[in-house]
Write a protein that binds this ligand. Structure first.
Ligand SMILES: N[C@@H](CCC(=O)N[C@@H](CS)C(=O)NCC(=O)O)C(=O)O
Length: 230
């Protein structure tokens, strides 16, 4: 068997995409925690241009970009498939699909960064991002999830994994940013999905520590406000 290694960082939702997929499929792997303030030679060698985690190394060969890694995992380890077999259903379940339904909404930024800005911005700028985030969540809920338990049907699939940050990270980012987004009664279908997703045995066991994340993201926000990226 070829060795599988994952380079990641514990508070990153992108690392967790890969962790969830490997765990759901029962693939054994070695996890290597990266310090992004002092990147390892391995990371610089495996992902020389972007220098970002996650990187999956399979039999010595590196793959980066979480959604690319997810599709690779699905092909190499077809057990516990995370994609439907029907080609039409499959087209709607691939990681690229959320991009296509969200593309209908022209945002100033990518989906993830529109939400991330909620957490890094302040004042009027933050209000603008909050409005945009609400519009995006509505699209994700209505166009993406519809009336289903999971995005692709009755079981967890790649789209759920791609949107996992909504379940595990969004509340932390809004709490730290001091904005209200997922309130009781708002986005009921999406909130039901968050419950279903976090209750899944594999996800439940593989989520970063809540208090640790709060402390980590508080430090990040303080730093960003003190010296914003232009
Ligand atoms: N599009 C990438 C995003 C990955 C990403 O943003 N990784 C961050 C950590 S959450 C990183 O490695 N940042 C280091 C840097 O930018 O120098 C993916 O989906 O894998």
């Amino acid at each position: 068997m070829e060795e599988v290694k994952l380079l990641g960082t514990w508070p990153s939702p992108f690392s967790y995409r890969v962790i969830w997929a490997l765990k759901l499929k029962g693939v054994d792997y070695q996890y290597i925690e990266e310090d992004l303030s002092n990147k390892s030679d391995s990371l610089l060698q495996y992902n020389p241009v972007y220098k970002k985690i996650p990187v999956l190394v399979h039999g010595g060969k590196p793959i980066s970009e979480s959604t690319v890694i997810l599709e690779y995992i699905e092909e190499v380890w077809p057990q516990h498939s995370l994609l439907p077999t029907d080609p039409y259903e499959k087209a709607h379940a691939k990681p690229g699909f959320p991009v296509s339904f969200l593309a209908a909404k022209k945002t100033s930024k990518s989906t993830a960064s529109a939400f991330y800005s909620l957490f890094t911005a302040t004042g009027e700028e933050q209000d603008k991002h909050l409005k945009e985030a609400k519009e995006l969540l509505k699209i994700i809920e209505e166009q993406g999830l519809g009336k289903r338990k999971f995005f692709n049907g009755d079981s967890i699939g790649l789209t759920d994994i791609v949107f996992g940050w909504i379940a595990g990270w969004l509340n932390i980012l809004t709490e730290v940013g001091g904005v209200k987004l997922l309130e009781p009664g708002s986005f009921p279908t999406l909130q039901a999905w968050i419950g279903n997703f976090k209750e899944h045995a594999v996800i439940k066991e593989n989520l970063p520590d809540h208090d640790g994340m709060l402390a980590f993201y508080k430090r990040v926000r303080e730093k960003m406000i003190a010296s914003p990226i232009q």
